[in-house]
Design a protein. Structure first.
Length: 366
């Protein structure tokens, strides 16, 4: 290039540079948001759980409120839901306690069966390898008993933190269910008048998407749990009810949670019923994954924002990196809400611009 010749910038580079600094600002804001949430993650998790409880119980409370005053209706709805959850947990505990003797015997036989299986082709594992491994585990537990006890005692702090978070979530849900609309209206009126309408549009879109996603994911998790529990019961796998509950909880992490829960079920089936039943459970992982991905999610999530599976996978991984298991659970609804707000505001701007063009258009003289 000759000296003195002005360098030209292509329109593509100019556009890319214009968007790059905006992306950097958005990235810095997102990083700051996660940093603040990480510093006060108990409060963030409690408010998130409070919103989940509100999304699930607000319609029921509205129905009960038709026959009772609002406050008793909210109290009755929350107390009934808490009793239902505690009843399910008691059922799971009773199932585990009732199968304890049988489980111990089956797992001992199952471990011996796995050892024999690994000693045969194609693995040809040394017969004493697993026995040595169990002996080393026993020696480690014996020699580190004090450290394990201190670790268990330190875990009491985490138990207190979890109970505090749940208490704050219930406390928040009481007010959200009782008068959440009035609280939102009060918050909106504190904002400058120039942004109130946009906040109202974005808020309606966000809550509509969040409630739709919450109802959908709970329904998907319930269907998965019923299918898993029924299949494990028919196969005679022990702990069918606790494993079904594990599947229900794991389904709240899209694409990843269900395979992990079913992998645990496959290990239990392998130890208790042998390789054939474990292989059937592994096949069930594939079948339920197909049902969830191609039937349940497209049908149930139709009222919420439907994200591409690649976006869901990236969101779950990014959330788990940023905030662990909590981030994996929160990531997909957060991305769905943000995208719905963006879409609603963009449509509102388009309608406003179209209305302005129509108003400014010259009218034909009569």
């Amino acid at each position: 290039m000759q000296s003195g010749t002005p360098a030209t910038v292509t329109p593509f580079l100019r556009t890319a540079a214009a968007h790059s600094w905006r992306l950097l600002i958005v990235g810095a804001l997102v990083y700051s948001l996660f940093a603040v949430l990480g510093r006060f993650h108990e409060i963030g998790v409690a408010l998130f759980l409070g919103c989940v409880i509100t999304a699930l119980l607000r319609p029921l409370a509205d129905v009960v409120a038709k026959g009772l005053p609002r406050s008793p209706a909210v109290a009755l709805t929350l107390l009934g839901s808490i009793a239902l959850v505690l009843g399910v947990l008691a059922l799971v505990g009773e199932a585990v306690a009732g199968e304890r003797t049988t489980l111990v015997r089956e797992f001992r036989v199952g471990v011996d069966r796995i050892e024999d299986w690994l000693e045969r082709p194609p693995f040809r594992l040394n017969p004493g390898a697993l026995s040595d491994l169990r002996a080393k585990i026993g020696e480690y537990v014996s020699s580190h008993r004090s450290a394990l006890v201190s670790t268990a005692l330190s875990g009491a702090h985490h138990v207190v933190a979890v109970l505090t978070t749940l208490a704050l979530a219930l406390f928040s849900a009481v007010f959200f269910i009782h008068s959440g609309d009035r609280q939102w209206e009060w918050f909106r009126k504190q904002l400058p008048g120039s942004v109130r309408d946009r906040v109202a549009i974005g808020g309606r879109a966000a809550w509509r998407t969040f409630t739709g996603y919450t109802h959908g994911i709970v329904l998907v998790a319930a269907v998965n749990a019923v299918l898993v529990g029924l299949a494990l019961w028919l196969l005679g796998v022990p702990l069918a009810v606790p494993l079904a509950l594990l599947e229900f909880v794991a389904a709240f992490v899209p694409l990843i949670g269900s395979p992990v829960a079913l992998a645990i079920a496959a290990v239990v089936a392998l130890a208790s019923k042998g390789p054939l039943v474990a292989a059937i459970v592994i096949g069930m992982i594939v079948v339920i994954g197909q049902i969830e991905g191609h039937l349940l999610h497209p049908l149930v999530m139709s009222w919420a924002v439907r994200l591409h599976p690649l976006v869901v996978a990236i969101s779950v991984i990014a959330g788990s990196i940023a905030a662990g298991i909590v981030g994996a659970v929160v990531a997909v609804p957060l991305v769905s809400v943000l995208w719905s707000v963006h879409t609603a505001l963009r449509e509102a701007r388009a309608v406003k611009a179209e209305t302005a063009e129509t108003a400014d258009a010259p009218t034909p003289e009569g």
